[in-house]
Write a protein that binds this ligand. Sequence first.
Ligand code: TYD
Ligand code: MG
Length: 452
Amino acid sequence: MSKSSPNFTCTACGHAHRKWIGKCEGCGAWNTLVEEAPLSSGPKSLGSKGRAIHLTDLATIGEAPPRASSGIDELDRVLGGGLVPASAILVGGDPGIGKSTLLLQAAASFAQHGVKCLYISGEEASAQVQMRAQRLGLTEAPVALGAETNLRDILTTLDTERPGLAIIDSIQTMWLDTVDSAPGSVSQVRAAAHELVTFAKRRGVAVILVGHVTKDGQIAGPRVVEHMVDTVLYFEGERGHQFRILRAVKNRFGPADEIGVFEMTGSGLSQVLNPSALFLSERGQPSPGSAVFAGIEGTRPVLTEIQALVAPSPLGTPRRTVVGLDSGRLSTILAVLEARCGIPFAGLDVFLNVAGGMRVTEPAADLAVAAAILSAREDVAIPPETVLFGEISLSGALRPVGQTENRLKEAAKLGFSQAIAPKGSKLGQAEGMNVRQMPDLTAFVGEMFGAG
Ligand code: TYD
Ligand code: MG
């Protein structure tokens, strides 16, 4: 080891340091540095001649190999229309959320659709995986199963078997004998992922890597794995809810932000083809504090219910509790309501929740959030046949959002008849919807809740 080589790596961002310090210089996180053996002693002199690489032009395209369908529509859509051969996919999620269940079902389904599948478990013994397969009713599927953590042996096996798809569950349990640190450490995870991704590209085998995510939403160890793979999917959901959402956060072969919705049942995950109907099915009688948001997730419109509760606070600093939305966004909306519409929230606790365990990231949800909060504060229910969408700017103006027509069509399909949208929205042809366009939040408050 050369003396000057950095040998402390931040587990949160991967930044390398020469000595141990309490706070990472890369991301500012505390106590995230771990000692790592350097991967090599640095580049040797590049004096010797390399091999000339084969160059081509932009116009010549070979026949694109067909994508493989898993037969699970929700999974295919999140992958961008099926599995791309020789691609590397990372599936992240909290422990126990259902990654192994999803991937075992995916492996079985791919295998039944003619893709040779290998499932390598580093966490469970073969017998345990077999028991799970039995519970899921998948024992007939021609999936080759292995329980191993030594990557050298796994790569040799993959090289002889040449499957179309190899699933590695999980990347944190894999270890390479060439790297001098414990499995799960930053350098092991990075080296193992690098070997597998390189193998995928060179040998034309698609690989799916499973990664456990730490509490703060990062794949345990380095985020470097995210940069190495073609596609990053997150499997998320609330523990208490049976819904699980598979979300593409990066995809070189399809739209990012696409979601697939699943339901965890006693016999595994079943796909939910019409998530709007499902998210709204729990909605009871129209009550104050509830607003339906017509959102877009990836390429698909999804209707969700936003619930708010506003109550007098016994605390000096009132509570702002948010589930399923960005808390910064709530603060902004409350500030705009106070400053532009003159509606105070001092001394009031505000609780906000997206029903069904869904997570909404679109700024288009602003108007529905404001509506739910106002409806709770004024104790006035929003008419039940109404959906809302629109972005709120700091000036209190409502900004039109994309894909208005799709939002309206989905709402009409689910029996809604009225929409409240920003002025200037491109409505397209949405039959059966009465769209009321509002220029700003003040107009909206006046119209819905009197003068506020
Ligand atoms: P698992 O796939 O082992 O999670 P991960 O691989 O992400 O750690 O899922 C485990 C959870 O799923 C466990 O809490 C039980 C639940 N589960 C069901 O509800 N139904 C099922 O059919 C299966 C197999 C698991
Ligand atoms: Mg697992």
